[in-house]
Ligand binder design. Structure first.
Ligand code: GLY
Length: 404
């Protein structure tokens, strides 16, 4: 099978690394990829936003299966474009990708299908948004409706902060993505990431995980898309069945009933409170980054039949199997992240880190200069991922590798 992976981050490096192990693979491409994906796939210099060029490449090279990493091409309709040319993609069509592409759509969908989520309201008008904030003391989370590169959610501590966030987004801080906002109740508890793969009907849970959002050690500093992740997530413990029954199965059934069968990975960001009640914070229409890195190093099954099965509407009859050990990914970021970050710094020691047992170093934003030296090329540079008997052991091993 000829497979094309779309994207250029740590998630896509982990995907390529896993797919490259499959006996079903004949050739693997990654567009545009990074120096990490170059070690297991052939990089193709096409940006993820150039859907025409991606379609043309897939047709020309008779690609059997395309796997889309990031949300932007999914929410721009890449699956529909590929399908129009008879090309198979593991990922949801545009209508179903709105689970991530429109927060207002996702919230209304959750209400229609009885999926637990916080109280909310949708606004286009500043004054009405401010009146809602004043009248609802718990309504302190303000979200841009559309995609905002992970920056469109503001969790506020006061009404004044919420008003300022609503104003900023409606005034155009995120362009068209902020024409509408969702204001919702702030929830307390611990967050976890739950990903499952579906073919539109059948759905299999992937191993649970949790990402680490704060940029600095000790949970301090600005929020990021994820400075690391671990799997399994102890907070999910025995809740997996409940999450499937209350969240994932109703979501997949609801999407199918509404005429948008979901084929790909559905990601639910969950809040779990002290009483172990589950609420959905958000849905994503793809694998998480960096959750994918520890989850895929624990995968004991061949990934390709699951990806191809999702694309074709016939997932394998058995769920994927998992290594019982835990995995931790520590993201090494460049100075300045999550703001503008320092680029062009040399990176050394990857081979030494990977010489440690059960350590995998996945590239995020890296590049090579004309002399072939590896350099930082953005904020999240490497996801240093290690397995261990439990999360604490995996974390010790991951940091040992970071030191290299
Ligand atoms: N780690 C969060 C995300 O992938 O959206």
């Amino acid at each position: 099978m000829k497979i094309l992976v779309i994207g250029s981050g740590g998630r896509e490096h982990a995907l390529c690394w896993r797919i490259a192990k499959s006996p079903e693979l004949t050739r693997l491409y990654c567009a545009p990829g990074n120096p990490g994906t170059a070690s297991c796939a052939e990089n193709v210099p096409i940006p993820v936003s150039d859907l025409d060029a991606l379609v043309a490449f897939a047709r020309e090279h008779a690609i059997d299966l395309t796997v889309v990493g990031p949300e932007a091409p999914l929410c721009a309709g890449i699956v529909d474009r590929f399908a129009a040319h008879g090309l198979r993609v593991a990922g949801p069509a545009l209508a179903a990708a709105r689970m991530e592409g429109s927060k207002a759509f996702a919230k209304a969908f959750m209400v229609r299908h009885g999926i637990p989520t916080s109280e909310f309201a949708v606004f286009e008008d500043r004054e009405r948004a401010e009146a809602y904030i004043a009248a609802h003391p718990r309504a302190r989370v303000v979200k841009a409706d559309g995609l905002a590169a992970g920056k469109g959610v503001v969790v506020c501590r006061s009404a004044a902060e919420a008003r300022a966030a609503a104003r900023k987004i409606l005034d155009g801080a995120f362009g068209a993505a902020g024409r509408q906002i969702v204001i919702e109740d702030r929830l307390e508890g611990e967050e976890a990431s739950f990903m499952a793969i579906s073919d539109g009907e059948r759905i299999w849970a992937l191993a649970g995980s949790q990402d680490h959002k704060a940029v600095f050690d000790g949970d301090s500093g600005p929020n990021t898309g994820g400075m690391g992740a671990y799997s399994p997530a102890p907070i999910l413990g025995t809740l997996e069945e409940q999450v499937m029954e209350q969240v994932m199965i109703p979501a997949v059934r609801g999407l199918a009933a509404e005429g948008m069968p979901y084929r790909g990975v559905l990601y639910a960001g969950l809040m779990i409170d002290r009483a172990r009640r589950i609420q959905v914070l958000e849905f994503n229409c793809r694998l998480g980054d960096p959750e994918t890195q520890p989850v895929l190093v624990r995968l004991a099954s061949d990934l390709v039949p699951y990806l191809a099965g999702a694309a074709e509407g016939r997932l394998p009859e058995r769920p994927p199997a998992w290594d019982p050990r835990a995995a931790v990914a520590v993201v090494m970021a460049s100075g300045g992240y999550p703001g503008p970050s320092i680029q062009g710094l040399p990176i050394e020691g990857i081979a030494e880190a990977e010489a440690l047992p059960d350590v995998h170093v996945f590239h995020g934003s890296t590049s090579r200069d004309s002399a072939g030296r590896l350099l930082t090329a953005g904020g999240r540079v490497l996801a240093v991922t290690a397995l261990g008997a439990d999360v604490a052991a995996a974390r010790r091993r991951a940091y040992e590798a970071v030191e290299r």
